[in-house]
Ligand binder design. Structure first.
Ligand code: G4F
Length: 334
């Protein structure tokens, strides 16, 4: 019989790639979505519009335990991928309270509902390299201590601890992926990579004249989201639940990303990038680079995209989109 999986955050970048991947593997795929999203499918389902006939969506809120309990009471899921979260670090400084509520309580509600109704359902938690924050060692691995630098990072450490606690206390199959930054053409416009590539496209088409950014020296280990969802699935197929770092092992600065993205359209980033203090964060994560040896050895996982290929695909995608719908891509205003 086909396995049945629930994805929270199915409308997001990772959720949409994961849904595609699981459908290809023959899964019955369900997604948890906000009711407002169901009421506005054209705008909210852009990343999964091509999948709508093949998946089942359930309205629920990460702020409501009854709504989550109800879904688990109706379906026997074999696997649950909990990807939904307020995931924009800068926003978590602006509203730390709602980030904490959604990210911590939402995770707890799902774990509690699984424990109550379907304890054999395998659970994946979307942990993040933001948990390493002010890094204690280079590169970061599963054993590196956490030092989160934002309400978002703190909320993810709490989600990680909850996940581990359900594993240890109730013997449930619960694990966390410690995923480093992962991007792609479906990335939200608020994140720096997409902000850069979409603005490069607008500049190339004469629709923008500058790109306003904050800290250009921050370094990230950037991979492609399509590669990273394969690791999520592999984690839930292991004999025992364990946590894994997923990363490319390469680090690049925001400046380097800009340089490459502008060079893609034969422009020099120095002519367009303007430093704007409002995009600096109260506390920054200066440098992330992961050691994914464990995932490579145990999950047999490795990324297929190089950094250059990632940047190239994102720029090309935004050039195509801008040519089609110039007015919709206004990331330079974010
Ligand atoms: O693209 P970012 O907003 O991603 P960030 O903060 O690294 O978080 C992303 O990756 C995490 C994994 O480590 C996820 F957990 C998280 O959910 C999210 O997906 O910023 C990257 C860097 C930062 O250092 C930021 O200060 O870019 C710097 N930056 C410089 N100017 C900017 C800007 N970031 C944004 N978003 N916008 C700017 O104008």
């Amino acid at each position: 019989m086909n396995k049945k999986a629930l994805i929270t955050g199915i409308t997001g970048q990772d959720g949409s790639y994961l849904a595609e991947y699981l459908l290809d593997l023959g899964y019955e795929v369900h997604g948890l979505v906000r009711r407002v999203a169901l009421e506005d499918p054209q705008r909210r389902f852009t990343r999964i519009s091509h999948l709508l006939e093949k998946i089942t969506l359930h309205p629920a809120s990460l702020e409501s335990y009854p709504s989550i309990f109800h879904i688990f009471s109706q379906h026997n899921f074999d696997e649950c991928y909990h990807l939904a979260a307020q995931s924009f670090v800068a926003e978590s400084f602006a509203d730390g309270f709602s980030t904490m509520n959604t990210n911590i309580n939402g995770t707890h509600y799902i774990l509690a509902a699984i424990r109550e109704l379907r304890p054999e359902c395998r659970f994946y938690f979307a942990g993040t390299s933001e948990m390493f924050g002010k890094v204690k060692e280079i590169p970061q691995r599963e054993t590196t201590p956490f030092h989160p630098r934002s309400p978002y990072g703190i909320s993810k450490v709490a989600g990680f601890d909850l996940t581990r606690n359900y594993r240890e206390a109730y013997n449930m199959f619960c694990c966390s992926g410690l995923l480093f930054n992962h991007e792609g053409p479906r990335r939200g416009f608020e994140f720096v990579t997409r902000k850069i590539t979409s603005t490069v496209a607008r500049i190339k088409f004469g629709l923008a004249s500058e790109l306003r950014l904050g800290n250009l020296e921050a370094k990230r280990d950037w991979g492609h989201a399509a590669d990273y969802v394969r690791a999520m699935h592999a984690m839930l197929q292991q004999p025992e639940p364990e946590d894994f770092v997923v990363a490319t092992g390469e680090t690049h600065s925001v400046r380097e990303f800009c340089e490459l993205a502008f060079a893609q359209v034969d422009l020099n980033y120095r002519d367009y990038v303007v430093i704007d203090g409002k995009h600096y964060r109260p506390a920054e994560v200066d440098m992330l680079v992961g050691d994914s040896t464990k995932a490579r050895e145990i999950l047999n996982w490795q990324p297929q995209y190089t950094f250059d290929e990632l940047v190239k695909e994102m720029v090309e995608n935004d050039l195509e989109l801008t040519a089609l719908q110039p007015r919709k891509l206004a990331a330079s205003e974010i």
